[in-house]
Write a protein that binds this ligand. Structure first.
Ligand code: URA
Length: 506
């Protein structure tokens, strides 16, 4: 029986160098006794004469130059499993390595007991790593002389030998401060230039500082009693970590008071229903709409649309933003929905995307006062975030509801050319989910005597970060709008709509 003694602190190379010669010599798994210095039992055997101690290179088991191949998947699995604290990990890894020589697809056999055990160990190591990234709490310690950067210390108690595996994460995340993470399974330290990792066990420095209070304040303010699921919370934040988490002391009190807080919240909500909910309730209780005779003019239609409650978007929006432009316009531009500024002004395309469109239209000779400009959706959809209102794309249902208005605008204006700016407009005008990129720049026939030109939305141009690409896309947009302008000019050379429309070919 060959006996191998390893340091066993999560170093795959150490195990690999021991396993390779044994495997080359054809040593079966049951012929090796794997022992580990870092496990309690390992120490008992540290002085055994027959033990091959791999921590001192002179005593390593004979290696040979011959090479062995293993599936890549095994190596990545082994890298995680070697960090596990179970003393049987070396033996299990060797057994699987040995079997892989004859069973190349072994790792795919999920029902195999060895493979299942390896996977379970890998999962436990990954989970431990994840917990370390989530639960390390740094505390600032004495700056001392000669330290330009702030210095932080953290104490964490991992289940496995994961310090060197997780240290690069902290290096990336906290690169601008000096830190040390001490654990009973080793220490990692970063000084702005180098990351050092030692596997020597450290002792709990028992530090506390003002950031403990900050953690507690943060935790109690993000705690939502209405969302409390105690079981899930315990899985996410197992009790064994609590002793090193400054905020954990609050948990029992928060859980105990959750029910009362929810009742108090519900009572507050009932007495101070926000406008949004009041409007929603009004829609739910409203009398069913009685079909009205169709509006005869754009002005009548606009007036009707002012009171639109066809979908919930009106509840949050300031007002309906209806289309604008002459009823006999030859070209109709359709955007997505009003933005923040349009919602406040009550007019389409007056904000940043409108500025892009207006400039391009002016440059290429598309006169906005001769053009009908509208949107697929007439209310601003947004998500409040602090004092800002963040644009949200309307969903298919909202576009369908609002199509009621767009169809009537099309019927009254009867444009010869409709320009769909963006995918929402394209969907509203064609009822299809075709990709905008596939139809971009095409002149499509949508109705008798009515063409559709598809282009991007000007807001898209504002979001392209790369200057060069933005210029390219801007040029394409300009040429699309120039085509629309040219179309309009052919139809109504002097601004009014020409009577000789039959000459027009898209
Ligand atoms: N984006 C649109 O689609 N329409 C507007 O009116 C403004 C921004």
């Amino acid at each position: 029986m060959a006996t191998v003694l390893l340091e066993g602190r999560g170093d795959l190379t150490e195990w690999r160098e021991a396993a390779r010669p044994l495997l080359l010599a054809g040593t079966p798994p049951r012929g090796i006794d794997w022992r580990c210095r870092s496990d309690a039992a390992g120490d008992l055997f540290g002085a055994d004469a027959g033990v091959a101690d791999l921590s001192s290179p002179g005593r390593a088991i004979v290696t040979s130059g011959a090479s062995l191949t293993v599936p890549k998947a095994f190596l990545s699995l082994a890298q995680a499993v070697i960090c596990h604290s179970d003393p049987l990990r070396f033996q299990l890894l060797y057994r699987v390595l040995f079997r892989l020589q004859g069973e190349r697809a072994l790792l795919e056999v999920v029902s195999d007991a060895d493979v299942a055990q390896l996977r379970a160990m890998e999962k436990s190591v990954r989970r431990d790593c994840h917990k370390m990234t989530a639960f390390v709490r740094f505390k600032e310690f004495d700056i001392g002389e000669g330290h330009a950067r702030r210095r932080f210390l953290a104490w964490f108690e991992p289940d496995h030998h994961i310090v060197s595996r997780v240290a690069p994460f902290f290096q990336r995340r906290f690169t601008d401060m000096d830190w040390i993470i001490a654990t009973p399974r080793g220490t990692a330290a970063w000084d702005g230039e180098s990351l050092s990792v030692s596997t020597e066990p450290a002792e709990n420095p028992m530090l506390t500082d003002s950031t403990d209070m900050l953690w507690r304040t943060y935790f109690s303010s993000i705690f939502n009693p209405a969302r409390l699921k105690v079981k899930m919370m315990m899985t996410e934040m197992p009790k064994k970590y609590w002793k090193n988490l400054p905020e954990a002391g609050l948990i029992p009190g928060l859980i105990a008071g959750a029910e009362a807080s929810v009742i108090a919240m519900a009572e507050r909500a009932a007495s101070e229903a926000p406008l949004f909910h009041q409007r929603l309730q009004a829609v739910a209780q409203a009398e069913p709409e009685i079909a009205q005779p169709p509006a005869g003019t754009l002005e009548e239609l606009r007036e009707e649309a002012r009171h639109c409650t066809r979908c919930a978007l009106h509840c949050r929006a300031t007002q309906t933003v209806f289309g604008e432009g002459p009823q006999d316009a030859a070209v109709m531009i359709v955007g997505e929905q009003p933005g923040d500024q349009e919602d406040l002004a009550g007019r389409p395309f007056v904000g940043p995307a409108g500025a892009v469109f207006n400039k391009v239209a002016q440059d290429v000779g598309l006169d906005r006062k001769d053009t009908y400009v509208t949107n697929a959706v007439k209310h601003f959809k947004y998500e409040p975030r602090g004092k800002r209102r963040i644009h949200q794309k309307p969903n298919v249902g909202e576009v369908q509801h609002c199509k009621w208005w767009l169809t009537r605008e099309l019927a009254l204006v009867k444009p010869k050319l409709v320009v769909a700016m963006g995918s929402t407009a394209l969907m509203a005008l064609t009822d299809s989910r075709q990709r905008l990129a596939d139809l971009r720049g095409e002149m499509l026939q949508i109705d008798a005597g009515q063409s559709l030109l598809v282009t991007v939305h000007p807001a898209y141009l504002l979001r392209i970060p790369d200057e060069g690409r933005r210029m390219e896309e801007m040029a394409r947009f300009r040429s699309d709008i120039a085509r629309a302008a040219e179309f309009g000019r052919k139809i109504s050379p002097a601004g009014g709509r020409s009577s000789a429309m039959d000459d027009i070919r898209p």
